[in-house]
Design a protein around this ligand. Structure first.
Ligand code: GLN
Length: 276
């Protein structure tokens, strides 16, 4: 079978499974299996695929058909132009979260100390450190296995960062100039309504924002002042309906200059404020 034929077959199978981006996913899986880029497939689509590659491709298409996320199959997600290793132990980095990183980069200056609360794969902290100079970064997460992935990502990217196993601020010390966090923020009762790739494959603890979805914002707002320098910035990723609630929470907790920033889809995505 040729590359094009196999690609079309894969796409048809993914389409039948109700996968929206079936063409893209079929092609990316073929590129992954055959270790080629899109240009190669375009130029050599009528070349024959080897039998072992065809078999492997069919196996991976079958996994994707069962709604296993593409990123768990390839083990990689690109974020801020960098490749991050992912596994079922970490939330797959989302393009929306790049909005938070871009906001934080505007306020990040040489020599600052950055804390990433609920770091997961480390994608937020490590991109901030990769695109700045001489900053010191600490990533905290309650999951040991997430921290292993984050440390591996730091090594792969050649970035120095410390990762601490900590239930929120439990094991954090010192003061920071920037606090970034994409905490779990889905209301528990809404998790069941998410796509199978998310509800069945992203870690439940990385999604679950408890009953009102605000549990972690409330705890972080209350506990973070002890760890912030005066004037420090806080950047929260939020769910698109949480702008008002999280802004009000930060205002009543005594933070100033509170504002909401939208993502590229025009949805509320980041709350920014400063520690007075
Ligand atoms: N943005 C994620 C989603 O797609 C949720 C991430 C989170 O809870 N922090 O559902």
């Amino acid at each position: 079978m040729t590359y094009s034929e196999l690609n079309s077959l894969g796409a048809l199978q993914l389409k039948a499974a109700g996968i929206e981006e079936y063409k893209l996913d079929a092609r990316l899986l073929l590129q992954h299996v055959c270790n080629v880029d899109a240009g190669f497939l375009y130029a050599h689509g009528d070349s024959e695929v080897s039998e072992p590659e065809e078999k492997k491709y069919r196996d991976l298409i079958a996994r994707r058909q069962k709604r296993e996320p593409l990123q768990h199959i390839t083990g990689i997600q690109c974020f801020m132009g960098l490749d991050f290793k992912v596994s079922p132990d970490v939330l797959i980095p989302r393009p929306d979260t790049e909005t938070l990183v871009e906001c934080a980069l505007k306020e990040l200056h040489d020599g600052m100390r950055v804390l990433d609360m609920c770091t997961g794969s480390g994608c937020i902290l490590l991109s901030l450190l990769k695109y700045s100079n001489d900053c010191e970064g600490v990533g905290a997460d309650v999951s040991e296995r997430a921290l292993e992935i984050a440390s591996e990502n730091a090594r792969n990217l050649g970035v120095e960062a410390s990762f601490v196993k900590s239930d929120l601020f439990e094991n954090i010390s010192g003061k920071f100039d920037i606090l970034v966090s994409n905490p779990p923020y889905i209301r528990t009762c809404e998790i069941e309504e998410l796509e199978p790739e998310v509800k069945d494959h992203d870690p439940f603890i990385a999604l679950n924002g408890h009953e009102n979805g605000l549990y972690f914002y409330e705890r972080i707002a209350k506990e973070c002042p002890e760890y912030l320098n005066r004037g420090a910035y806080v950047f929260f990723e939020i769910g698109s309906t949480q702008g008002k609630e999280v802004s009000e929470l930060m205002e009543t907790s005594g933070f100033k200059d509170v504002r909401v920033v939208k993502d590229l889809a025009g949805l509320d995505r980041v709350v920014i404020c400063r520690f007075a």
